[in-house]
Design a protein around this ligand. Sequence first.
Ligand SMILES: Nc1nc2c(ncn2[C@@H]2O[C@H](COP(=O)(O)OP(=O)(O)OP(=O)(O)O)[C@@H](O)[C@H]2O)c(=O)[nH]1
Ligand SMILES: [Mg+2]
Length: 286
Amino acid sequence: MALFTRLISALRNRANDSAEFIEIEQQLLKSDLGIALSRQIIEKSKAISNQDVTTAIRSVLAGFMLTSNRELSKNSAGLTSYVIVGVNGSGKTTFSAKLANFLITSKVLNANIHMAACDTFRAAAVSQLKTWSERLSLNFISGADNADPAAVAYSAVKDVQSKYGDTSNHFLIVDTAGRLHTNSDLVAELEKILRTINKLTPVNEVLLVIDGSTGQNGLAQAKLFQEKVKVTGLVLTKMDGQGKGGIALAIENELKIPIKFISTGESATDLEPFSVDRYISRLLED
Ligand SMILES: Nc1nc2c(ncn2[C@@H]2O[C@H](COP(=O)(O)OP(=O)(O)OP(=O)(O)O)[C@@H](O)[C@H]2O)c(=O)[nH]1
Ligand SMILES: [Mg+2]
């Protein structure tokens, strides 16, 4: 990505050329790091005294990320539920499918996945999730057109709990309609979905899906969203084919919520658990 190549070489050469540092800052800004963070990175980097500049920058960057656990939490005593939220078109439905695929193929043994179509506004949204569920052989649960999304979530949980005795290896992924934090009806509806599920089984994660290609805009939206709904993890989508790698650093530093996944394409396997080490290595690559 070569984002930090120039900074590393300026520091190695012990350049004290302020024009050079201003240009480097501009470059970081263009990479979606935001003004304050770009400046802080440069200031902290200038203070590096270590001979091994790359290692020192690596720890400067890591210092802006959280050290919290990025694994999904799970209900050991019964049905685990994950609710997927975010603005329109951010990639929620596609991520729901990717998450299901991730759980099936990851170390959770014999994971049974149930998909709840709680975006009941658009028939197309329901059929999109249905198609994914068929493709991945997942149990698909939906309600009538325009049904109350909380009612669909309720019957989904009830369905699974009544069909299976031990649900400790069962996961319910709840896809929701895109909404802006400014639409109070929709925010209230989301709160209702969460409350309803919580009465029957814990909501183990509320995952906020953010379109990473929208840069600082996506960050601003996520910030406002998070003030309304208690989000437990972030998912950055559309990170494929965009050279602006700084957004993950900026988002996590600002929201203080762990990024749990990065999505890099439209197919079910284009998902990776977020790793700070791997991410920073990519930022430092030539
Ligand atoms: N390139 C790329 N495209 C993606 C990625 N994730 C999702 N998409 C595409 O983005 C578009 C929107 O994705 P959806 O999953 O329908 O988004 P959504 O948030 O469910 O949208 P609404 O339900 O309308 O709010 C689709 O065309 C997806 O194929 C990604 O990581 N990379
Ligand atoms: Mg959708």
